[in-house]
Write a protein that binds this ligand. Structure first.
Ligand code: ATP
Ligand code: MG
Ligand code: MG
Length: 366
């Protein structure tokens, strides 16, 4: 069989590796950490930094196709890899989606709405941005943010200085700005569009999960979403599909949205499987992980149809994972633990999914 290479050693890589194994592929994980959720289930793994050209070259020689499980991979590393082995999603998908100004610009070009924002390269620019955008606002680093890290809220203009220190005075970056100021969106709900696009250009879209965050970290994803979100989903799906096509994206692409009084507002995208798509493991015919593997391996996509009337995914953050014995006793719960040893606060340790009243429409073959 062929070998799928995965850059990154976290839980997304772990679930990708499991899906790849189910389809008969071997996996080879490349990660900077000595061990992690993905390396523990991969057939082979390399410990190396993404800047280590020798290790990357050796990795490229051992895999048939490479993918990545987080967008905070250095695009240079992916571009380097692309010269040696097929990489999907492409370096272009990564370049756009890992840099906040680029993703917002592409979305605006394609007719989508974003929160009003300004580039910020220092305290002076931040003051100007606050003058123009006003408060409340959020200062965000343009690179390497996740789970609300690298963000600071400004309730009023006077908070600007504290916000600049709070995001750690990000280093100037090679091309572009280190931070942006975003107007805080007065949203009624949050949701995401999770879709897969195959090498042949086929697009499969999942039911739109409604997402609830706590302290900047995803807490639950629920399908079907509330009526407000269901109303706004078609526009958001159309936009996300245009984004995937514009990027020539191959694999899963996730776009996060705010549902506001006057329609969907794009927040950010991820060129990969996403936490708000974990419900698809049991809640959809083909999981986001399997469809990502199918897409990057040149296979046709599987059905995204829901397997139950209602599906709820809840993240187990930090010590919430200590509930695992109760979840095992809950006959409706599907428990996933990522094998992380240290339940630090804010750390995603696992998740659980409930599929309510499974539909019985599908029949096994005779
Ligand atoms: P992820 O783990 O999803 O990649 P992230 O660190 O990239 O997170 P964002 O998605 O930008 O962060 O923000 C995290 C959460 O903070 C959002 O889901 C939303 O709840 C809130 N948030 C972010 N930007 C805004 C905004 N402009 N207005 C209102 N709320 C916001
Ligand atoms: Mg993000
Ligand atoms: Mg987000």
């Amino acid at each position: 069989g062929s070998t799928v290479g995965i850059l990154g050693g976290g839980q997304l890589g772990r679930m990708l590796a499991v899906a790849a194994a189910q389809l008969g592929y071997r996996t080879h994980v490349y990660a900077p950490e000595a061990s992690g959720p993905a390396t523990e289930v991969a057939a082979e793994w390399t410990q190396g930094r993404f800047e280590d050209a020798d290790a990357m070259r050796a990795f490229a020689a051992k895999v048939d196709i490479a993918t990545y499980e987080f967008e905070n991979v250095d695009p240079h590393a992916v571009a380097y890899l692309s010269g040696r082995v097929a990489v999907a999603p492409s370096a272009r998908s990564l370049e756009i989606s890992h840099y906040r100004p680029a993703e917002k610009t592409v979305v605006a070009e394609l007719g989508g709405r974003t929160a009003e924002w300004r580039p910020v390269d220092g305290p002076d620019a931040l003051r100007r941005a606050v003058d123009e955008i006003g408060a409340p606002a959020i200062l965000k680093t343009t690179l390497f943010g996740y789970d609300g890290k690298g963000q600071a809220r400004l309730d009023e203009p006077a908070d600007a200085e504290a916000a600049w220190s709070a995001i750690g005075r990000p280093h100037p970056i090679e091309h572009g700005v280190p931070a942006i100021l975003e107007r805080r969106v007065d949203f009624r709900a949050e949701f995401s569009v999770v879709l897969a696009r195959s090498a042949a250009g086929e697009v499969a879209v999942y039911d739109t999960p409604e997402n609830v965050h706590r302290d900047g970290i995803l807490h639950t994803s629920t399908v079907p979403a509330s009526p407000l979100v269901l109303d706004q989903a078609p526009d958001a799906i159309a936009l996300a599909t245009r984004v995937a096509e514009r990027l020539g994206h191959i694999g899963v692409l996730t776009c996060e949205f705010f549902a506001t009084e006057d329609g969907p507002v794009f927040n950010e995208m991820a060129p990969r499987v996403h936490n708000s798509g974990h419900w698809t493991i049991e809640g959809a015919v083909t999981s986001q992980f399997e469809n990502h593997i199918r897409a990057i391996c040149g296979l046709p996509l599987g059905s995204t149809a829901r397997t139950g009337d209602r599906v709820v995914m809840e993240n187990l953050i930090g010590h919430e994972a200590d509930r695992w014995p109760d979840l095992l006793r809950d006959p409706a719960a599907h428990l996933h633990l990522y094998g992380k040893r240290d339940a630090k606060p804010g750390r995603k340790m696992g998740h659980a999914t409930w599929v309510e009243r499974p539909l019985t429409g599908s029949k096994p073959p005779r």
